[in-house]
Every structure is written in structure tokens, then in C-alpha cells.
Design a protein around this ligand. Sequence first.
Ligand SMILES: Cc1cc2nc3c(=O)[nH]c(=O)nc-3n(C[C@H](O)[C@H](O)[C@H](O)COP(=O)(O)O)c2cc1C
Length: 362
Amino acid sequence: MSKTKLPELIIGDLVIELPIIQGGMGVRVSTAKLAAAVSNEGAFGVIASVGLGEEKQENLTYEERSKLAFREMIRGTKRLTNKKFGVNIMCALTNYNDLARVAIEEEVGAIISGAGLPLHLPSLNKNSKTKLIPIISSARAAELICKTWLRHYDILPDALVLEGPLAGGHLGFKFGELINPESPRLENLLAEVLTVVKKFESENDKKIPIITAGGIFSGKDVAKMLKLGASGVQMATRFVCTKECEVSQAYKEAYLKCTQDDIAIILSPVGMPARVIRNKFVERIESGERIKFACPFKCLKTCDPYAANYCIAQVLVNAYRGDLDNGFVTCGANAYRVKKIVSVKELIIEITEEALRELEEH
Ligand SMILES: Cc1cc2nc3c(=O)[nH]c(=O)nc-3n(C[C@H](O)[C@H](O)[C@H](O)COP(=O)(O)O)c2cc1C
């Protein structure tokens, strides 16, 4: 491993100078400004597709508005950077296919897709250079994706993001696993995934880089993951408290002020557990209170608006805007360690310099 420079993250012909992906953060947390700033610093910025286009516009359906807003976000990112960047599209979205097609038409660097397994994603991607990167949380899911994609499309994923139980947003683990101190560890999951993937790599003569995510906070953590065989890391929580992240000040303050005990797991209407910072609103929904809402568009395949006691899209838009009386913020397990707002440049320098020192010393 080079001692003067961190290794590049190589995903086929997509070469990223630093082995760091900024994880997609839905409902306007990772937008053009943040993703472009990250890519401009040599890492890989990712915009999130969920939660765009909610505002009503004359004569446009929800599907049309979402596509339009997503395309504008991608084009807006291109205006801010000449570097490659990616998009995050959650499998749970009802307009998943529409959004994936927009991303491919716009020739984004990569589609990173979780909250379900993107088993049919290759069918949407004929002859494009956009890399297809599923998010998985187990070796079993890695195997299922590789087998299914080989059988139906004769391809393998360009890379896999392995997201462990300490991540932010929605999590691919059972509620019980997440609140158990013995929950699976990212290091162990990585070893299992590397074993499974090795077989597919050698049989098909293709490299499948594994990018680990969830709780990776410092340069030391990055170095540790690289030494354990990851080709790169995906980090999200640390990018929320950057100057370029466009959430409200109240959102950022929630990160800066929270303690470890404030960070909780809830079962979200997405049908998966999510990690959030506890506030009065979280207590209201945990107590079973129904927050009245009308579902104007069915944005999630997995949400039953009659059974859900609140609208997750609305709650996250409220948080983005700073209305934390009617919303909550999501975060990774290490959010309580974030102490100040910095620029993306400062953050990336801090992480990469520490990672380099760590690799040199050990
Ligand atoms: C505020 C926030 C929003 C997120 N939104 C999404 C999302 O829309 N789609 C997704 O696949 N992952 C989402 N994630 C997960 C991240 O992309 C990332 O994989 C994970 O948080 C990494 O762990 P870390 O936050 O500890 O670095 C979100 C994470 C955070 C903190």
C-alpha cells in the first residue's frame, strides 16, 4: 500500500482518487452542493433521489415532478464539478425504474442502491458506463445479487457497498439485532462478504470492490477497513455537519448537541428500522400517536398509508427545513462524536491525513 497517497478506488474504468464515497442521504440532505464539493476534493459525491419533487406543480404528476427534480439535481451537480459523482436510489421507491433511467440517461458515474435488493437493476442499464453498486448487509445478500445478475443478465455488480449496523438512515438488519450489543460487526461481515465474492471474482475474472459503510468516522477507521480488505469506505454522518450540506441549521445542531443516549432505533413506515436522534416528536410517534396526514402520492412500495402513523417523507422534509417539532433527523451511531461544522475540504484532509499516518505507522 502506498505510503504517500491513499489507494485509489477503482471500479472498472471509474477511478476515484480517494477511497471514500460520501453516502447518499435522502430527503435533500445530500444535494448537488455537497456531492459536487466531495467529488471536487477527490472523493466520490453522491446525491440522493428520494424526497425530491414533492412540491405540487400545475399539470405535473408526482412521478413527473420527481423525475424532473432529480434530473435538475444531476445537472446542477454537473455544473459544480467536472468530476464523476453518483446517485443513491432506494429500491423501496415506487418510481425506482423511472429514477434509474434518468440517472443512466444523464450518464452519472454510479447508481448506488439499497433499502431492498436491486435484483432487476441491470435490465434498466443497456450499454451505459454507469456503474451499478448494490448496498448489502450480509454475505447472503452478496451471493444472491451475484447469482441473480449472472443468471439473468450475465454480469456481476461493479462494486458492493457493505453497510453494517452502525450506519445512518434505514438499516438492513432486524430491530432486535440493532438494539443488541452483540449485533453483527462490520469487520466480521466484511470477512464473510470477501469470501463469497472471491469465488465469483475468480470464476468470472472480474474484480468486485467491497466498500464498507456504517460507523466509519475517522482516518483510523478508514485505514482499518483498507487493511481488512475493503477497497474503500462510504461515509455519511460526517458529511452532515459540513458547510456545504444544505440542511437547516437546526438539523446540524441536532447532531452537534446529541449524546450517545439520544441516538435511537425506530421502526419506520419504510418497513425497516432507522436510526434517529430522539426528540419530542420521536417520543410522540413511539407512543403510538397518529400524526394525521393525507398521502398525496404513494412514494414507497413498502409503506401502507392506512397503517403508518405518520408520513416519513413529510417528517424528513420538516427536519430538513428545521421544523424539529414535527420531524426528526436520521444519523449514524457515531453522530454524537461530531463536534463542529467544517468545510468538505477540511473534513477530507483530516480523514485522509489521519488514514495515511495510520497506514504508515502500522
Ligand atoms: C441523514 C442520512 C440520510 C441517509 N439517507 C439514505 C438514503 O436515502 N438512501 C440510502 O441508501 N442510505 C441512506 N443513508 C445511509 C448512508 O448513505 C450511509 O451508507 C451510512 O449512513 C454510512 O454510515 P455512517 O453514517 O455512520 O457514515 C443515510 C444516512 C444518513 C446519515
